[in-house]
Design a protein around this ligand. Structure first.
Ligand code: PLP
Length: 413
C-alpha cells in the first residue's frame, strides 16, 4: 500500500522527559491506521494483531465509526448525567435487548466498570443478603480486573499489588477452573458476620495467559451460586462485544451471570465502560454511584455504532471463521516448532500461543521479532503470545500474520 502522508520525526527521549514512566514502551510511535493495518512515524507498516489491546473492534478508521464520531462531536459531546442522554438510553436498550441483563450503568474504563460491580455487590450484601456486614468477593488466581485499588485487590496476581498496601479488604482468591477450591473457600470463609457474597471471574482469563473457562466448571459454579445466595459476576472487559465469536463471553459457557462488565471493545477504541446487572440485584439508588464522563453522548453513540455494525456486517461469523483459521495456523506452527511451543488455545479472535517452560525464550522475545517482521502482537504473561486482531480482520491478513510469525520464529531460533 502507498503512503500518501509524509512521515514525521518522533523523539522518544523528549517524550520520556515529560511523561511518567509507567509503561515499558516499544521504540516506535504509531501515526495512522486503516482496517487492520498501522503505520509508524518512520513510515513502516504493520499488521495489527493487538488492536489497542482487544479494543479496536472495527479496526482503524472504520467508515461507520468515523461518521458517527464526526457527526456526534458537531452535535453534542458531553453534558453530564444531570440530564437525560438519549444516546445513553439507546445504547442501554441495545445491550439489554442483546444480553441477559436488565439494567446498565455507564463509566469510562474496565477498572471503573469493575469498581461499579464491586460496589453493587457490597450494597446488595448489606441490604439484601441478611444485612451481611463483611461480604467477601472471591476472585481467581492469575485474573486481571484493573489498576484501581479495589481492582488490583481483586486481581489475583501479587505483581500488580506490590508497593500498594494496604489493599482493600473483602477479597479472597481461588485457582481458576477448580470447583473444589470454590466449595472449600465458601465453607472456610463462612464465619460470624462474614461470608462469600459474590464470585467474580473472567469467562476466559485474558491478561493471565489466555485461559478459556471450563464449561463444566462454570455450569457447576452457577448452581453453587444459586444454592448459596452468591452473586456471579463476570468481568467481560476483554472478551465481551464479539471477541469470542459470540456477543458475550458467557455464551461460550452456557450460563448467565447476575452482573457483568464491559469496556475495551465496546466503543471500538473510544473510552467507555459499562456494568450490566439483572433486575433483582439492581440496588443502586440516586447518589450511590456516579461518573462525570460516564455515558456521554459521544461515547454512547460510538458504542451503538460498533454494536450495530457487528450485526449489520455479520462480523461474529467472521470472528468464528478467522478464529478457526488462526488457531489452525498456530497449531501448524506449534507442531513445526514443537520444541518451542506447548499449547494453542482461545475462542474466536482471542487466542494464545504458549511457549514451553523449558525454552529460555519469552513471549517478549517473540513480540519483538514479530514487530521486526511487521506484525504487532501482545504478551499475556512471560510465556504466552496473545492474538487479538480487529474483528474485521480478513482471511488474507490472518494468512499474512501467520507467515510473519513463522519468519519471526525463524529469526529468534
Ligand atoms: C483490560 C482489563 C481490565 C481493565 O480495563 P481498563 O480499561 O484498563 O481499566 C479489567 N478486566 C479485564 C479482564 C481486562 O482485560
Amino acid at each position: 500500500m502507498t503512503d500518501p502522508i509524509p512521515s514525521t520525526v518522533f523523539n522518544p527521549e523528549e517524550f520520556d522527559t515529560y511523561v511518567m514512566s509507567t509503561y515499558g514502551r516499544f521504540p516506535i510511535a504509531i501515526e495512522r491506521g486503516e482496517g487492520s493495518r498501522l503505520w509508524d512515524t518512520a513510515g513502516k507498516g504493520y499488521l495489527d494483531f493487538v488492536a489497542g489491546i482487544a479494543t479496536c473492534t472495527l479496526g482503524h478508521s472504520h467508515p461507520a465509526l468515523v461518521k458517527t464520531v464526526s457527526e456526534q462531536i458537531q452535535k453534542l459531546h458531553h453534558v453530564s448525567n444531570l440530564y437525560y442522554i438519549p444516546e445513553q438510553g439507546a445504547l442501554a436498550r441495545w445491550i439489554v435487548e442483546h444480553s441477559c441483563a436488565d439494567r446498565v450503568f455507564f463509566c469510562n474504563s474496565g477498572a471503573e466498570a469493575n469498581e461499579a460491580a464491586i460496589k453493587l455487590v457490597r450494597k446488595y450484601a448489606h441490604t439484601i443478603l441478611d444485612f451481611l456486614e463483611q461480604p467477601v468477593i472471591l476472585t481467581a488466581k492469575a485474573s486481571f480486573h484493573g489498576r484501581t485499588l479495589a481492582t488490583i485487590t481483586a486481581t489475583g496476581q501479587p505483581k500488580y499489588q506490590e508497593h500498594f498496601n494496604p489493599l482493600v479488604p473483602g477479597f479472597a482468591y481461588v485457582p481458576y477452573n477448580d470447583i473444589m477450591a470454590i466449595e472449600d473457600a465458601i465453607t472456610d470463609l463462612d464465619e460470624g458476620n462474614s461470608r462469600v457474597a459474590a464470585i467474580m471471574l473472567e469467562p476466559l482469563q485474558g491478561e493471565g495467559g489466555v485461559r478459556p473457562g471450563d464449561r463444566h466448571y462454570f455450569q457447576r459454579l452457577r448452581e453453587i451460586c444459586d444454592q448459596n445466595d452468591i452473586l456471579l459476576v463476570f468481568d467481560e472487559v476483554q472478551v465481551g462485544v464479539g471477541r469470542t465469536g459470540t456477543l458475550w463471553g458467557y455464551e461460550q459457557l452456557g450460563i448467565e451471570p447476575d452482573i457483568f462488565t464491559s469496556a475495551k471493545g465496546l466503543a471500538g477504541g473510544i473510552p467507555i465502560g459499562a456494568m450490566m446487572c439483572k433486575k433483582f440485584c439492581d440496588v443502586f439508588e440516586p447518589g450511590n454511584h456516579a461518573s462525570t464522563f460516564g455515558g456521554n453522548p459521544f461515547a454512547c453513540a460510538s458504542a451503538l455504532t460498533v454494536l450495530q455494525t457487528l450485526e449489520t456486517d455479520h462480523i461474529l461469523a467472521n470472528v468464528q471463521a478467522r478464529g478457526d483459521q488462526l488457531r489452525t495456523g498456530l497449531k501448524a506452527l506449534a507442531s513445526k516448532y514443537s520444541n518451542l511451543f506447548s499449547d494453542v488455545r482461545g475462542w474466536g479472535l482471542i487466542n494464545g500461543l504458549e511457549l514451553r517452560t523449558e525454552t529460555p525464550l519469552t513471549s517478549m522475545d517473540l513480540v519483538k521479532a514479530a514487530m521486526n517482521q511487521g506484525l504487532l502482537l501482545a504478551p499475556a504473561g512471560p510465556k504466552v503470545l496473545r492474538f487479538v486482531p480487529p474483528l474485521i480482520v480478513t482471511a488474507a491478513e490472518v494468512a499474512e500474520a501467520l507467515h510473519c510469525l513463522d519468519q519471526a520464529i525463524a529469526q529468534v531460533l
